[in-house]
Design a protein around this ligand. Structure first.
Ligand SMILES: Cc1cc2nc3c(=O)[nH]c(=O)nc-3n(C[C@H](O)[C@H](O)[C@H](O)COP(=O)(O)OP(=O)(O)OC[C@H]3O[C@@H](n4cnc5c(N)ncnc54)[C@H](O)[C@@H]3O)c2cc1C
Length: 514
């Protein structure tokens, strides 16, 4: 039974359960546990209420829902079997990697089966001659580069969560990271994928080693589809040789105005750094507390910092690093610091990478927002955010991929203060609207999931959403794969745009809009 709330797929308030347990999920249909156990082994089927709690949420912990069942397959064949049993039993399937998603993508739908891919961790093949590697989806992002390291290769997309998140989750979210400015997002590094559809069909997408095969780019459609098209069970990744040299420097600025100008001028000059990350004063304070970097002692008036990596062949790197340093100085940097040694370079990056976690040192709670703006608008957008935050009596720290214009405002609040959580949510929502007003997007890399589905209608028109829904329905006509995510309206496949009409599945009792 697909239970859909009216108006929104899953309303935020119905999913938030601060300090309380989400309601129990309905029991699995008769015989399903035994049938699943016959496919994956009894030890890999979880139906006990206490054990199911682990799967109630992803890293967006304020959204919680109890799944009916969790199944952990180890191969494509097992996934096929699980999908067929789920389809027969009418159970929606929610794929799950490591559960580090920040938009509620792996949040269970009531009555759903969570298909956890954490046992599918095999590296199946490495083909150095063609620069390709085939892996199962549960492989941890950083383990790919660890595996390739001794041969001088690596996998470029580097989400800050890379030591825990999975390749399958990265594919589903089209994940980015600090070094995606030069090298591109996950979509630029996936050359093929094996997908198991809701019917249990196995589909190979992409051209593997061949460039530009004819037909629609269905692999491009799959990457970033957030588990709504099926379950990815194998991925062919593009692997790269490690660059010969990397130069890192940290530019301290009086404010985000000068730092924002510096970003535009560096990119405008034709330099493509591997990474340009910005931190504002609050984020710097958090990093100092967490990692012990001396940035506040060294530059008491610092208002913003840019952490910049340039990489490539040694001769080119020396040249571009000199140019970028000169631009930073001209843009008004207080100082541009080149690390004395690898140890200091690592500390600089640790300061940046630990900034999210370090927020706990500034406030008991925070919301991580994720939006995109044209990078030329960084200074103006940050000023608007600061103004809004001031009016709401809240603080917002900013630490983000400045080169991509991918903001991560961190809205700090104290949930113990009555009304403050609500205010923080409202502010986080307004920040997305600012991004849209400046021609940006409601998400840069964390996905839409359950959290941002309501905002899709603010970014896209009815026709756009309808087109996306039809693409989804070509893969999953009964919307059984990760239902209630991404799309803002409770439309089922076969619905036509316009005023709501009762859907066929409602008439025969299979779906219910509440
Ligand atoms: C501290 C922290 C830092 C982060 N930094 C970044 C960052 O820098 N850049 C970034 O992009 N993200 C970042 N994230 C978000 C998150 O780590 C990424 O979205 C990551 O790709 C999620 O991977 P996962 O394995 O945890 O997937 P999950 O959270 O388990 O799932 C994410 C989505 O993928 C779907 N899915 C998972 N596996 C499959 C599969 N095999 N087939 C089909 N669908 C599947 C799920 O249904 C869900 O919709 C961060 C998160 C945290 C907590």
């Amino acid at each position: 039974m697909l239970a859909l709330a009216s108006g929104e797929l899953m309303s935020h308030s119905s999913l938030r359960a601060p300090g309380s347990d989400p309601p129990p999920s309905p029991p699995p249909p008769a015989g399903v546990v035994a049938r699943m156990a016959a496919i994956v082994g009894a030890a890999n089927v979880i139906s006990d209420a206490a054990d199911l709690r682990t799967y109630e949420c992803d890293a967006l912990t304020s959204f919680r829902a109890r799944p009916t069942l969790v199944v952990l397959p180890a191969s494509t064949d097992e996934v096929v079997g699980v999908m067929k049993v789920a389809r027969d039993a009418g159970m929606p399937v929610v794929p799950r990697g490591a559960g580090t998603g920040l938009s509620g993508g792996a949040l269970p739908t009531p009555g759903s089966l969570v298909l956890a891919l954490s046992r599918m961790t095999k590296i199946l093949e490495v083909d150095f001659d063609n620069g390709l590697m085939r892996v199962q989806p549960g492989v941890i992002n950083l383990d790919v580069s660890r595996h390739l390291g001794p041969a001088g290769y690596y996998y470029a997309p580097d989400p800050s969560s890379q030591s825990v998140c999975t390749i399958g989750g990265n594919v589903a979210e089209n994940s980015g990271g600090a070094h995606c400015l030069k090298y591109g997002f996950t979509v630029n590094h996936v050359r093929g994928a094996r997908l198991v559809t809701a019917d249990g069909d196995v589909v190979d997408l992409g051209e593997g080693g061949v460039l530009d095969s004819p037909g629609y780019d269905l692999l491009g459609v799959l990457v970033g589809s957030e588990g709504t098209l099926g379950v990815v069970t194998e991925v062919v990744l593009r692997i790269l040789r490690r660059p010969e040299a990397t130069r890192t420097f940290l530019a301290a600025f009086p404010s985000t105005d000068e730092a924002g100008r510096c970003v535009s001028e560096i990119i405008g000059s034709g330099i493509v750094p591997a990474a340009i990350e910005m931190m504002d004063r609050l984020a710097i304070e958090a990093a100092v507390k967490a990692v012990g970097v001396d940035w506040l002692e060294r530059w008491p008036d610092i208002g913003a910092a840019l952490l910049i990596d340039v990489d490539g062949p040694r001769a080119e790197v020396e040249h571009t690093a000199r140019e970028a340093l000169a631009i930073a100085a001209r843009a008004g940097a207080i100082e541009v610091r080149v690390p004395d040694d690898e140890d200091e370079r690592q500390r600089m990056w640790k300061g940046r990478k630990s900034a999210f976690a370090a927020m706990g040192r500034l406030a008991p709670n925070y919301i991580v927002q994720d939006g995109v703006i044209p990078r030329t608008e960084i200074a103006r957008v940050l000023a608007e955010i600061e103004q809004l935050a001031g009016a709401a009596g809240l603080r917002v720290a900013n630490v983000f991929h400045a080169g991509d214009g991918n903001l991560h405002p961190l809205v700090l609040y104290d949930a113990r203060v009555p009304g403050q959580e609500r205010k923080a949510e409202d502010l986080a929502a307004e920040i997305l609207r600012i991004c849209l007003r400046y021609g940006g997007s409601i998400t840069g890399e964390h996905g839409v999931g359950a959290d941002k589905a309501p905002y899709m209608a603010e970014m896209f028109g009815e026709d756009d959403l309808e087109t996306m829904a039809r693409v989804r329905c070509a893969f999953d006509p009964d919307t059984m794969c990760n239902p209630n995510k991404v799309f803002p309206t409770p439309r089922l496949c076969g619905d036509r745009p316009g005023p709501y009409r009762t859907h066929a599945t409602e008439r025969d009792g299979r779906a219910d809009r509440g």
